[in-house]
Design a protein around this ligand. Structure first.
Ligand code: SF4
Length: 270
């Protein structure tokens, strides 16, 4: 489809139910946010992959979702070039070596130089790159206090929670249901740790996708006809170290990583 000329062209493709699953109050508000580049069209869970594809493969040269994401990352790189990386090190909870700010991301070194170039031992997943930049640029560097809250309790989290539930919690739950060693493997691969079971869950695992943004995943196995359940918790300070969009990306990005891990082990979701 040609690049939309206004928000109404995007609105026409939406299902107009105003279901709020994207976190906007109406489909029209969502269309406006997409048109202004604040949201991407794939954030409406009602659109099918082929409808999303219509936006992505714009023959007229309009920006695709991927291009929007790239432009966003490039803008953040530009900002990194203007800050003193060494001075940001302590706030970010990292170390500074050979001109690079190095942070532990899921147990692996992930670094950025003064030009904004990222380097990592793990694949630089764009879902994780944006929160990394946001954390370095805008995070307050608040130390976690050990109080776990859900995504919807974080600042501005309530409206976006339905989409977070779908893209992060439900996606992780589907993986955990088929891949029984998931939690042992993520503890091992991503330097996580099993903690005392929280909220009467069967398994509670804490991971550090950013040094001062711990994430706790709690899983309840299916039991006597009751389905399984999975919830993701953040430290109460998470919204001071990251904005809610980045917290969302982190959760959705981790869910994608788990899905890939499951695939690599031969587990395929129904
Ligand atoms: S998710 Fe948002 S854009 Fe999609 S149908 Fe619901 S309210 Fe409309």
């Amino acid at each position: 489809m040609p690049a939309p000329k206004n928000a109404m062209e995007i609105f026409r493709l939406l299902d107009k139910s105003n279901c709020r699953e994207c976190g906007e109050k109406t489909c029209l508000a969502f269309a406006g946010a997409v048109f202004q580049g604040h949201r991407t069209v794939d954030e409406c869970p009602k659109l099918t992959p082929s409808e999303i594809e219509q936006f992505s493969g714009s023959p007229s040269g309009g920006p695709s979702i991927e291009e929007n994401r790239e432009a966003h990352l490039e803008a953040m790189k530009q900002k990194i070039r203007k800050i003193d990386l060494a001075a940001a090190t302590e706030r970010a909870g990292g170390r500074f070596e050979n001109g690079r700010l190095i942070l532990k991301i899921l147990g692996k070194d992930f670094s950025v130089d003064a030009q904004g170039n990222l380097m990592s031992d793990i694949h630089v997943n764009p879902w994780l790159a944006a929160p990394f930049f946001d954390y370095v640029l805008n995070g307050e560097g608040v130390t976690p206090i050990g109080q776990w809250v859900s995504f919807r309790e974080l600042k501005n989290g309530k409206d976006r929670y339905p989409l977070f539930q779908k893209r992060c919690e439900e996606a992780m739950q589907r993986v955990a249901d088929i891949y029984t060693d998931l939690f042992d493997d993520i503890v091992h691969l991503f330097s996580g740790r099993q903690v005392e079971r929280q909220f009467q869950s069967d398994i509670s695992v804490v991971l550090h996708p950013l040094p001062k943004v711990p994430v706790m995943i709690c899983y309840w196995r299916p039991d006597e006809g009751i389905g399984s359940s999975l919830n993701v918790f953040f430290d109460q300070t998470a919204d001071r170290n990251l904005d809610i969009g980045s917290v969302f990306s982190l959760g959705a990005g981790m869910a994608l990583m788990f899905q890939k891990l499951a695939l690599r082990h031969g587990f395929v979701e129904n």
